[in-house]
Design a protein around this ligand. Structure first.
Ligand code: 6PG
Length: 471
């Protein structure tokens, strides 16, 4: 296939890059891959098999010359310097109108900078979040592209073909200009962190607080995946809880170290939310719980010095009722987490001129990605009905669903407090709801204090103007 003009080019033939190439070829688009490692360049051809329009090369000149113009070239290399290095080596060979797509989890200000630098040369740069891991890349990811709208038309047929489908609709859509795609993926990951933390808290209370054994726990998550909680993360949790460790005969999860790692996207979501002054407390909590998990030695010492006596008393309530309450509470907390992330997108879209349409975001999150969940149908409907919705909680259907479940949430949190089991993400999710729906918050007192000690002034509820009091 040496003389073919390939429809698409891929740089970085690690497992994600390779799998995306095979996915592209499955949909009858020819694709050429570039990797400096000759083995990787070869493997993709072998994996594709005879007759597929797939080629791997180690020559950047051959790579660029073999792609149909305007060229569409995607990078799947580690975020940060490697992206800049690849761009620098490609740019001298590219022509105006060509498109470079970064498919990694790049930090959105980096994308913004690259868009501007490449646009000066007439080259369109796209930051595109790709979610769904290795399997998603192979059989249908969710893709979040941002960049030049007109240039997107060159990419659309390929992306729509390879994306996951839900009810026949592809889980990809043009999201907006500049770094919109990376930003949306960053918030996707923030929500991912939040929901993963919520699942771990639910698992902990059911296990240590209520005393469910391994099989019972597994059955709960399996059942939940047939309910309104149906989602990828609940589904894989049920799978994970089943897995037995060959060496010890125990459940594998119970022999996995509790020090959680991270690559940064959750933290970026929280950091940027603070910059934009958008509260995302469940996501913040998820980030900080991964941090607490790293202090293993201190926690071991503290567990001896500050023992949790509440756990010595067995739970004597109705276990089935508690499991039902947990299901409702989880739904509440999960929706609260989506609401926070989507509110962040609303503010960011305004601040960075992305022009996001949240119904589209909800649509493309319904399949392929890590936070795919059946509840995204309701979320999408809410933004379809009212594209200006400032917060998901203001949608009558979604808000009503939470009102119906708030007592379950409170019951679960009461038990967690009695048992001394930390459920900070559940707590944050409820506090977000309670604060958001409060007409008068006690922040009037904070304003008074600021004026008292610093003459920072305050506004009044009964008169226009700025006031200061000699307290
Ligand atoms: C996805 C995932 C993916 C990756 C996370 C893991 O959407 O496919 O979010 O991007 O698995 O970045 O992030 P941490 O290592 O920070 O947990």
């Amino acid at each position: 296939m040496n003389n073919l003009q390939y429809e698409f080019g891929m740089v970085g033939l690690g497992v994600m890059g390779r799998n995306l190439m095979l996915n592209i070829a499955d949909h009858n688009f020819s694709v050429i891959g570039l990797d400096l490692d000759p083995l990787k360049a070869k493997v993709v051809e072998t994996e594709a098999g005879e007759g597929k329009p797939v080629r791997g090369t180690t020559s950047i000149e051959e790579f660029v010359q073999s792609i149909r113009k305007p060229r569409a070239i995607m990078l799947l290399v580690p975020a940060g310097n490697p992206v800049d290095a690849v761009i620098a080596s490609l740019v001298p060979l590219l022509e105006p109108g060509d498109i470079v797509i970064d498919g990694g989890n790049s930090y959105f200000p980096d994308t913004e900078r690259r868009v501007v630098t490449l646009e000066e040369k007439g080259i369109h740069f796209f930051g595109m979040g790709v979610s769904g891991g290795e399997k998603g890349a192979r059989y249908g990811p969710s893709m979040m592209p941002g960049g030049n709208r007109d240039a997107y038309e060159r990419l659309r047929p390929i992306f729509e073909a390879i994306a996951a489908k839900v009810d026949g609709e592809p889980c990809v859509a043009y999201l907006g200009s500049g770094s919109a795609g990376n930003y949306v993926k960053m918030v996707h990951n923030g929500i991912e962190y939040g929901i993963m933390q919520l699942i771990s808290e639910a698992y902990d209370l059911l296990r240590r607080g209520v005393g469910l054994n391994d099989d019972e726990l597994q059955a709960v998550f399996q059942e939940w995946n047939q309910s309104e909680l149906q989602s990828f993360l609940i589904e894989i949790t049920a799978e994970i809880l089943k897995k037995v460790d060959q060496d010890t005969g125990k459940r594998l999860v119970s022999v996995i170290s509790d020090r959680a790692r991270s690559k940064g996207t959750g933290k970026w979501t929280s950091q940027n939310a603070m910059d934009l002054q958008v509260p995302v407390p469940t996501i913040d909590t998820a980030v900080l719980m991964r941090d607490i998990s790293k202090y293993k030695e201190e926690r071991v010492e503290a567990s001896k010095l500050l023992p949790n006596k509440a756990l010595e008393v067995a739970f004597d309530g109705d276990r089935q009722e508690l499991v039902n309450q947990m299901r409702n509470a989880f739904y509440f907390a999960m929706i609260s987490t989506y609401a926070q992330g989507l509110a962040q997108l609303t503010v960011a879209s305004e601040a960075y001129n992305y022009g996001l349409r949240l119904n589209e975001v909800a649509k493309i999150w319904r399949g392929g990605c890590i936070i795919r969940a059946v509840c995204l149908n309701d979320i999408r409907a809410a933004y379809e009905k009212n594209p200006q919705l400032p917060n998901l909680l203001l949608d009558p259907k979604v808000g009503g669903d939470l009102l119906d479940r708030q007592l379950a949430m409170r019951a679960i949190l009461k038990l967690s407090i009695d048992k001394g089991i930390a459920m900070p993400a559940f707590m944050s999710s409820l506090a977000y709801f309670d604060a958001y729906r409060t007409e008068v918050l006690p922040t009037n007192l904070i304003q008074a204090q600021r004026d008292y000690f610093g003459a920072h002034t305050y506004e009044r509820i009964d008169r226009e103007g700025i006031f200061h009091t000699e307290w």
